[in-house]
Design a protein around this ligand. Structure first.
Ligand code: HQG
Length: 179
């Protein structure tokens, strides 16, 4: 991804997940804003990007963080929100095991109270060890935890998969977590 697009992607994550008001934007119930409005905000903030550039950014973003609606006029972040939005994801059966990347300082509270969403709307889980390692590495030396998703699912916990493949659930009680 071009350095320029990386900067724009970071600003878009702020606007579309956490603080749309920074750009004078309001997310609709499903987290969308008008692509025209978003471009206006990006341009006003000094980012040189037009609609073709936005299409390219969405298509090439390494974590597929953003998506247009089916009309192409609206855009949203596909996961990672702290703002309350209803992504309208259907519950799906997860693989038997999923992974969560974190760091040592969180281990004790996690094993004590389980995984909780903290600032976001969901706990984020990864489908494979390497992705979880990368997620944990954002904060330091990564620790990967295994989650017994089959056990959770059998007990009625709902799982969702965002458009970019990230697994989401409301919380993970400690008895389903192992190292
Ligand atoms: C930790 C990135 C103490 C949890 C990534 C994590 C991901 C607890 C932090 C996405 C805890 C929350 C999400 C407890 C959980 N006590 N700490 N009970 N339960 N934690 O950033 O999963 O690049 O909200 O281990 O790739 O790190 O933004 O979640 O360390 O997909 O697209 O609390 O963000 O994607 O941190 O990352 P986060 P996350 P993007």
């Amino acid at each position: 991804m071009a350095a320029n697009n990386k900067r724009i992607s970071k600003f878009m994550s702020l606007l579309l997940r956490h603080r749309p008001e920074v750009g004078g934007l309001t997310l609709d119930a499903e987290g969308y804003v008008s692509a025209v409005d978003l471009l206006r905000v990006l341009n006003a903030d000094g980012h040189d990007i037009d609609r073709a550039g936005l299409n390219e950014l969405v298509a090439t973003n390494e974590k597929k963080r953003f998506a247009f609606d089916e009309t192409g006029t609206l855009i949203r972040a596909v996961q990672g929100h702290s703002k309350e939005v209803n992504l309208k994801l259907e519950p799906v059966t997860p693989p038997d095991v999923l992974f969560h990347g974190t760091v040592a300082k969180f281990l004790e509270p996690i094993l004590d109270e389980g995984l909780v969403p903290k600032g976001r709307q969901h706990v984020h889980l990864s489908g494979d060890w390497d992705t979880a390692t990368a997620v944990g590495s954002r904060r330091g030396k990564p620790i990967v935890l295994k989650v017994d998703t089959a056990g959770m699912h059998a007990e009625g916990h709902a799982f969702y998969q965002a458009e970019n493949g990230v697994w989401l659930t409301d919380r993970v009680p400690p008895q389903y977590i192992s190292r």
